[in-house]
Write a protein that binds this ligand. Structure first.
Ligand code: NAD
Length: 352
């Protein structure tokens, strides 16, 4: 029987498919805007430049200093550029770091945002902003953080390096894995989660061998959109808490950390959330933790936190931090079990 549920559907316009990058100028017009500030990382500056040329007179300028963890100092600099150019909207071209900058601007000045998503992290469909100041990362959730328009053009992901495609895809899957057992899940969020993981599973198997395969790239972006929607809709649990702790306190890289921890956090919750996880376990040979580990291994993903530079002596502190503020999780958060989860993830051994 379908249970009773509440579902806060995030509004937003999605343009999906090869060539949708050509719609940016029209979308700026639809928003009633006239002058866009285009955002990118230094690495994607040339792509931002190409986009500016496509947009023509609607492109007011480019700010290409987006950085990991959305430092407030960078946001303030970008806002000064926004003011100086007389911009009235932002176009973020890139992954979670660039999208974070667009969200940080919009949260402060209500600028409408268009996002052209080029990784699988999923930030473009969430009303969540994580930002850092004085070494402390805080998270805000606010409707005005949600981008108005998201463009998913798979041709822009062809050059996403294979290693990053894999870790970013596993990062997306992590949203779905936690989504199926979320306390506030609903039948539609679970549908999106399972379909998102299926699409990414099929796509990543091809991408590692043929990174330029457009149907696979399209499937991966479709899966990442669905998994991002799950992240934007329901609450996350142990896995996201662990990754937030490892990223925030030990400066571990975002996507790689998610990729390594996922099989272990899924195994931790496997029994407590067995029925909810079953459709996902079925996609990986029947065991969610072991299956995800084998899948990640088959893709050449990093498997051990020690490969990311985390010291074994830091695991105790990491476990303490991860259990510090109580939060809901299908299985109770037990300090010793979390510590041994971290040990296995650090060593890179298959979850039991
Ligand atoms: P990223 O945005 O940091 O990108 C990593 C690097 O890859 C950058 O140099 C970028 O320019 C480059 N890149 C991006 N797309 C490319 C492409 N198609 N081809 C070649 N290079 C490309 O990485 P990410 O994993 O997408 O984002 C991580 C950040 O996003 C973290 O700070 C994380 O906290 C945040 N995030 C936030 C949410 C949210 O809902 N608020 C969700 C997921 C991630």
């Amino acid at each position: 029987m379908i249970p009773s549920f509440a579902f806060d559907i995030n509004p937003g316009r999605i343009l999906f498919g090869s060539g949708t990058i050509d719609a940016v100028a029209d979308e700026i017009g639809r928003l009633g805007a006239k002058r866009a500030l285009i955002l990118s990382t230094p690495f994607q500056r040339a792509d931002a430049q190409k986009l500016a040329e496509r947009i023509g007179p609607l492109a007011g300028g480019i700010f290409s200093e987006a950085a990991m963890h959305t430092p407030v100092a960078v946001t303030l600099k970008a806002m000064a550029a926004f003011e100086a150019l007389g911009a009235d909207c932002v176009v973020a071209l890139g992954g979670g770091s660039t999208i974070g900058l667009g969200k940080a601007i919009a949260w402060r000045n209500d600028a409408p945002q268009i996002v052209v998503a080029t990784t699988y992290a999923g930030s473009e469909v969430t009303p969540i902003l994580g930002q850092t100041e004085n070494g402390i990362k805080t998270t805000v959730r606010d409707a005005k953080i949600l981008p108005k328009v998201v463009i998913y053009d798979p041709t822009l992901t062809i050059e996403l390096p294979v290693a990053m495609s894999v870790t970013s895809g596993l990062n997306a899957m992590a949203h779905a894995v936690e989504g199926v057992y979320a306390r506030d899940r609903n039948p539609v969020s679970s549908l999106m989660a399972v379909e998102g993981v299926r699409a990414l599973r099929d796509a990543l198997r091809v991408i590692v061998k043929q990174p330029e395969d457009l149907p696979a790239r399209t499937n991966a972006l479709y899966g990442s959109w669905l998994c991002g929607c799950v992240l934007g809709t329901v609450g996350m649990s142990l896995h996201h808490k662990l990754c937030h702790t490892l990223g925030g306190s030990f400066d571990l890289p975002h996507a790689e950390t998610h990729a390594i921890v996922l099989p272990h956090s899924a195994a931790y919750n496997a029994q407590a959330a067995a029925a909810a996880l079953q459709p996902l376990a079925d996609l990986f040979g029947g065991s969610i933790g072991g299956g995800l580990y084998d899948f990640a291994k088959s893709l050449g993903a990093p498997l051990a936190l020690r490969e990311l530079g985390l010291k074994e002596s830091q695991l105790d502190v990491a476990a303490d931090l991860a259990v510090k503020n109580p939060y809901w999780n299908p299985r109770p958060i037990e300090r010793e079990a979390v510590r041994s989860l971290l040990q296995r993830a650090w060593e890179g051994v298959r979850p039991e």
